[in-house]
Design a protein around this ligand. Structure first.
Ligand code: PAF
Length: 301
């Protein structure tokens, strides 16, 4: 039967595909809307709520990707699996009413805000995603099990929401890199988009945890973006990788902050190159609040 737009419906016939390309082609044909388009029509943004302008940037990027007729889902779920026993699970901000208002103002189509027992009906899952070597360095070394918890919930949310495109902030660069890795390694049919960090006027990256900071701590926290800027300057001056890291560390120590780590990696978080694009990442505690941030740098030796 031929429909008004000229597409022809045929009775479904089983196709046997033998290559990755034919498999992808078969799926694409199955899911293709009547008017052919390279654009995703379904996007999802996964959050733990306490939405701020950084989250809104993800939602806007999702809307820009799918267009006015596409579908944007936001999930709000404080995932117990990614918090260590001494971390801030119970005090993590929960602001559902305000979050829903922000989503409505952004024309989000669907919000999925499940209780933990909805996502984990049998309690914490026994089978989890192993995040591999990248899951146990930097944030993963300081927070054992964190990335297994993140990857597990993200995989579940991908299954549940079935987006073609998903959006993560560059602020959590190791998380973004690991999700990209998981999607590639497990052949997940979704495109992962990184969205640049949204910052306050003094450069502090927006984070739901910034609200824990006292006024005095907030002033000290300004040293975090300054440390990154010092690293960028050192790289621009042609300094070595060690000197770039050292410049950032010095800036933190100048205001009495002790970094959990300051590290230089490649853009995909492998070893830092001798020259060219790299990523400078750091974590430090300001009072009891843990802040993380990162920036691209270009090594020019
Ligand atoms: O970045 C976050 O808010 C969380 O780690 C995420 C991706 C929603 C998974 O719980």
């Amino acid at each position: 039967m031929t429909s008004a737009d000229g597409t022809v419906d045929t009775p479904s016939v089983m196709r046997v595909v033998r290559t990755r390309g034919s498999l992808a082609g078969a799926y694409a044909a199955l899911r293709q809307p009547p008017v052919r388009s390279a654009r995703a029509t379904r996007a999802a943004v996964f959050t733990m709520g306490a939405l701020h302008d950084g989250h809104l940037a993800l939602i806007r990027a999702a809307r820009a990707e799918v267009g006015a007729r596409g579908h944007v889902t936001v999930t709000i779920f404080v995932n117990p699996l990614q918090f260590g026993p001494d971390e801030d699970l119970t005090r993590y901000p929960r602001t559902l009413r305000a979050d829903l208002e922000r989503c409505a103002a952004e024309d989000v189509d669907l919000v999925f805000a499940p209780a933990p027992e909805v996502l984990y009906p049998d309690g914490e899952p026994e089978v989890r995603v192993d995040p591999g070597p990248l899951g146990s360095i930097l944030e993963g070394a300081v927070r054992p099990g964190h990335f297994a918890g993140v990857c597990t919930v993200v995989l579940k949310l991908l299954h549940l929401t079935q987006p073609q495109a998903t959006f993560f902030g560059e602020k959590d660069y190791q998380q973004l890199t690991l999700i990209r890795r998981m999607v590639a390694d497990l052949d997940l049919p979704v495109r992962v988009h990184g969205v640049p960090t949204v910052r306050e006027a003094d450069g502090l990256a927006l984070s739901s945890r910034n609200r824990y900071l006292s006024d005095e701590e907030r002033a000290i926290a300004g040293a975090v973006p300054e440390a990154l800027a010092a690293g960028v300057t050192a790289a621009d001056l042609g300094r070595s990788a060690d000197a770039v890291v050292g410049a950032a560390e010095l800036e933190l120590m100048r205001v009495g902050l002790t970094p959990d780590y300051v590290a230089l990696t490649g853009p995909s978080m492998g070893p830092a190159p001798e020259q060219g694009p790299a990523r400078l990442l750091l974590a430090t505690r300001v009072g009891t609040t843990r802040l993380i941030d990162n920036t691209p740098v270009t090594l020019r030796r």
